[in-house]
Write a protein that binds this ligand. Structure first.
Ligand code: ADP
Ligand code: MG
Length: 164
């Protein structure tokens, strides 16, 4: 059997601005229908990274984790759908959120925080996994962002990651 993650690309950022810049750089390379599945502990920088994605797609407004509403959309081109599944029960059916419908209607890029809690999200979707790790030292601002190619990641999307 093939391992889920065949290839990885890793970046280290020293500040929140650097993490946003990485998001901006990736945003310029994304196409509608592509998914980013984010994992990493609270405070790792998932929302900071999404803020960079939104900025890169041309959205200047507020970007915060939709912790209670679960899903936010930004009217960019392509549209950006931003989900935060922290408060969704692990037994819940993530398909009920209608992310696929939103994505299709809006011709959107979809980014999901806490996606690792719902492994089925990666199945059958053109999705890239992004894990963000904190340094062990609590005072340290360094973050490690790893992009991993999964079974469904398209060749096109992975090529764009390799060009970052
Ligand atoms: P999450 O969504 O993963 O819970 P947030 O993006 O909301 O995390 O918060 C990350 C926090 O860490 C912010 O306060 C941000 O300013 C801070 N921070 C410090 N250094 C970094 C870095 N290198 N990358 C991202 N965020 C950082
Ligand atoms: Mg968040």
């Amino acid at each position: 059997m093939c391992p889920d993650s065949l290839q990885q690309r890793t970046f280290r950022t020293a500040t929140a601005d650097d993490t946003q810049l990485l998001g901006r750089a990736l945003a310029a390379r994304l196409r509608a229908g592509e998914w980013l599945l984010l994992s990493g502990p609270l405070g790792a920088g998932k929302t900071t990274f999404v803020r960079g994605l939104a900025r890169g797609l041309g959205y200047d407004g507020t970007v915060r984790s939709p912790t209670f509403t679960l899903v936010a959309t930004y009217k960019t081109s392509p549209m950006l759908v931003h989900a935060d599944l922290y408060r969704l029960d692990e037994g819940a059916c993530v398909d009920d959120l209608g992310l696929d419908d939103l994505a299709a209607e809006g011709d959107a890029v979809v980014v999901v925080e806490w996606a690792d809690r719902f492994p089925q999200l990666g199945v059958g979707r053109n999705a890239l996994r992004v894990s963000i790790d904190l340094d062990d030292d609590p005072g340290c601002d360094v973050r490690t962002l790893s992009f991993a190619r999964a079974a469904g990641t398209s060749h096109r999307l992975w090529q764009e990651v390799e060009r970052l």
